[in-house]
Design a binder for this molecule. Structure first.
Ligand SMILES: [Zn+2]
Length: 333
């Protein structure tokens, strides 16, 4: 009987350890999530709650958020709900169907305090139905006036979304299984980065050059050739088992000045409290991925255990350099 009890307790301890969530080793490093989706007051309030839970339960200081969504509520009210922790980008969510705002309208919004432009080019095949008209490449000349205006105005492209994940031959991913189409999008993206050398670009999801080892090499080539390019890590963690561990870790360390933390987390309107708790847990998993060498990514990968100086840059120092107004807000906290 005693033995059964002991085994039961040991099992319980083993399971509890496996699922116990990570308490950060770095409670003092502020973290900026440069890629979230919050389109209204409820979402923004939920993120503020997530930030509080993350601090209390997981000892991480998730201090600021850059929102990339189209806002549905009045900006002043949304800002108030964000309690000084939220910054907002102007969004063009379907540029393959034509841009909805003139470059001048976008620039005037940037002067009003929006931090940059989100340009969700992505995969036009997701939305252009067969036979329907649409722009198929991000280097289409119809975008020239927008990109050159942003470049001239010193504006930030907070999020250039290009392509979709394309995995190795044995595991292509459901998103972009066709490598020829994928590289067509990536090459168009490079043309934009090359054509506007003074346009500062943060490419979402590491420009999706992160699901094969050779893609990471191409990303090394882009980052070393184009100083105006930066990448965010949003949505990339679930794919890290597709590439070589040391290659990925070396890449993070080598390009520590050009990589920014992002999650791609979004809320549906009016979420239950438990979903807020779950989201805080998701953040704790991402922080464990970067800060420790424990098992992450549903047991498929080992954490990257990055040095403190690298974490500081990825978490906030690079963002402070790029996002207008962030430094002032951080000094106020
Ligand atoms: Zn996103």
């Amino acid at each position: 009987m005693k033995r059964i009890l002991l085994v039961t307790i040991l099992n319980f301890v083993a399971v509890a350890t496996l699922f116990s969530q990570y308490q950060s080793k770095y409670p003092d490093i502020p973290i900026v999530d440069v890629h979230v989706h919050a389109c209204g007051i409820t979402d923004v309030s939920n993120f503020v709650k997530v930030s509080e839970i993350t601090k209390r339960k997981y000892a991480s200081n998730l201090a600021f958020f850059i929102d990339l969504d189209i806002l549905t509520d009045p900006i002043a009210e949304i800002k108030a709900a964000g309690k000084g922790r939220f910054f907002f980008a102007v969004s063009e969510m379907s540029p393959h169907k034509g841009i909805t705002k003139t470059p001048e309208e976008i620039v005037s919004k940037l002067r009003d305090g929006y931090v940059g432009l989100k340009f969700w080019f992505s995969d036009p095949r997701r939305t252009i139905l067969e036979g329907e008209e649409g722009i198929t490449r991000a280097d289409d000349p119809s975008y020239d006036r927008l990109f050159s205006t942003l470049e001239r105005e010193n504006a930030l492209m907070t999020s250039f979304h290009i392509a979709d994940p394309n995995g190795p031959f044995y595991d292509r991913t459901r998103w972009m299984a066709d490598p020829v189409y994928y590289w067509n999008q990536i090459r168009a993206f490079e043309n934009v980065v090359a054509k506007y050398p003074d346009l500062t670009i943060v490419a979402a999801h590491c420009a999706w050059l992160i699901c094969q080892d050779a893609q990471i090499d191409y990303l090394r080539y882009l980052l070393s050739r184009y100083p105006n390019l930066h990448v965010d890590l949003s949505a990339t963690f679930p794919y890290m088992h597709l590439v070589n561990y040391n290659n990925l870790r070396d890449f993070y360390i080598e390009y520590q000045d050009r990589i920014l933390f992002g999650s791609d987390i979004g809320f549906n309107q009016r979420l239950l409290d438990e979903a807020v708790e779950r989201t805080a847990g998701r953040y704790a998993d991402y922080f464990a991925t970067l800060e420790t060498d424990r098992e992450v990514n549903k047991g498929r990968s080992k954490g990257l255990n990055l040095p403190r100086e690298v974490l500081e840059k990825i978490y906030y120092k690079n963002a402070l350099r790029l996002y207008p107004g962030l430094k002032e807000s951080m000094d106020l906290q």
